[in-house]
Ligand binder design. Structure first.
Ligand code: ADP
Length: 347
């Protein structure tokens, strides 16, 4: 019988008529961190330190052994935070059933435990996602709404120059929303393994040139310099996607670095080509560096510039889909250097 229960994915804990633990199956050992031997004879509330959403300990609040309600033969499944023996907390779904004698006293209680930590984490993750995305959509939309309603109400009161300025802001904010939605689509494609690459021979120096020329007009604080040889071996890749990656790196440099030069350098590399984007910004603290390519990661919670933390994650996905790699080569007080390496197909 107990061997059979060991095969169950759910934890099973049995307590006797005094509320002492008499049995734990293997899954219950794994979930609670208690071994059968350690738990045997201990009060169930010590082995299962379950807290409800309000932080109250379940066995103190409603111990079925103490508060004798004759009619209950069990409890429906509920979710609690379990403090494991090693002190770690994890979410579990718990259901109890009681066998009572003629006076209503519990003779045996069987508690089942299901580890729902992963599901809870996913739920938390998607609610974080919803709040980040909502915020990122709401702020440009608020500005679009503000400018358009002002223009509609007081069109005649503004000079052409003022109207032009407001329409430029509206245009910019609408682009921001479109960009965000494109990013989200990219993320879902990357995660489903369905990022489509329209491959063709690509000259990355040409793409670097195009990005530099375009972004130069978008910043007055930074001078964007390009160094690229006249000819580089071509890469088999999707030119639009590679442009997206280089654009993202340069835009990050514009966004996060103090005024100063940004250098885009395309060149040869062992068996491939490389594009480096260097800035003279404040750099990224060593503690944040390992995480910057992670989805939704932004430098600490103190990051005030707008963003979702998706940019570098998408860049990594695109570069890796091309068989290449992206790295933060260097980052410190003198600035940051990001590099993308791509394999070449023909010399
Ligand atoms: P986002 O810009 O939307 O926050 P990214 O994935 O592009 O997302 O970047 C992740 C984080 O890495 C940023 O929040 C920022 O803190 C940091 N970062 C990226 N590029 C730079 C840079 N050139 N200089 C300093 N910090 C940077």
């Amino acid at each position: 019988m107990s061997d059979l229960l060991d095969d169950l994915p759910d934890g099973v804990l049995v307590a006797d008529e005094s509320g002492s633990v008499s049995y734990l199956n293997r899954a219950a050992e794994r979930i609670s961190g208690w071994t059968r031997e350690q738990a045997a004879g201990r009060p169930w509330g010590e082995v299962l330190q379950l807290r409800d959403a309000g932080g109250l300990l379940v066995h103190e609040r409603s111990d079925p052994y103490r508060h004798r309600i004759r009619i209950t033969t069990g409890t429906p499944e509920r979710e609690f935070l379990l403090r494991r023996r090693d002190g770690e907390d994890r979410w579990v779904a718990v259901r109890a059933s009681y066998r009572r004698n003629g006076d209503g006293r519990i003779e045996q209680a069987v508690v089942t435990l299901r580890d729902i930590e992963r599901r809870r984490r996913l739920e938390k993750h998607s609610s974080d996602l919803i709040s980040t995305v909502s915020h990122e959509i709401r702020s440009p939309l608020t500005s679009v709404k503000g400018f358009t309603s002002t223009l509609l109400r007081k069109w005649g009161e503004f000079t052409d120059e003022q109207k032009h300025h407001m329409l430029t802001m509206i245009n910019h904010d609408a682009d921001r929303v479109t960009r965000l939605l494109t990013d989200l689509l990219d993320v879902s494609r990357l995660e489903a393994g369905r990022l489509e690459l329209r491959r063709q021979p690509v000259d990355i120096a040409e793409i670097a040139r195009k990005v530099t020329a375009r972004l130069e007009h978008e910043t007055t604080d930074h001078e964007i310099r390009l160094t690229a040889p006249a000819r580089l071996p071509s890469v088999s890749g999707d030119p639009g996607k590679i442009e997206q990656v280089i654009t993202n790196l340069v835009e990050n440099a514009i966004k996060y670095a103090d005024p100063g030069p940004i250098v885009v350098e395309a060149g040869r590399d062992d068996g491939g080509v490389v594009v480096r984007v260097s800035d003279e910004g404040p750099g990224i603290d060593p503690q944040h560096q390992p995480h910057i390519f992670t989805k939704f990661y932004r430098r600490g919670s103190g990051e005030r510039r707008p963003g979702t933390g998706l940019g570098l994650y998408i860049c990594k996905g695109i570069v890796e889909a091309h068989g290449g790699r992206i790295e933060l080569e260097r980052s410190g007080a003198e600035g940051s250097v990001f590099a993308i390496h791509l394999p070449v197909t023909e010399e």
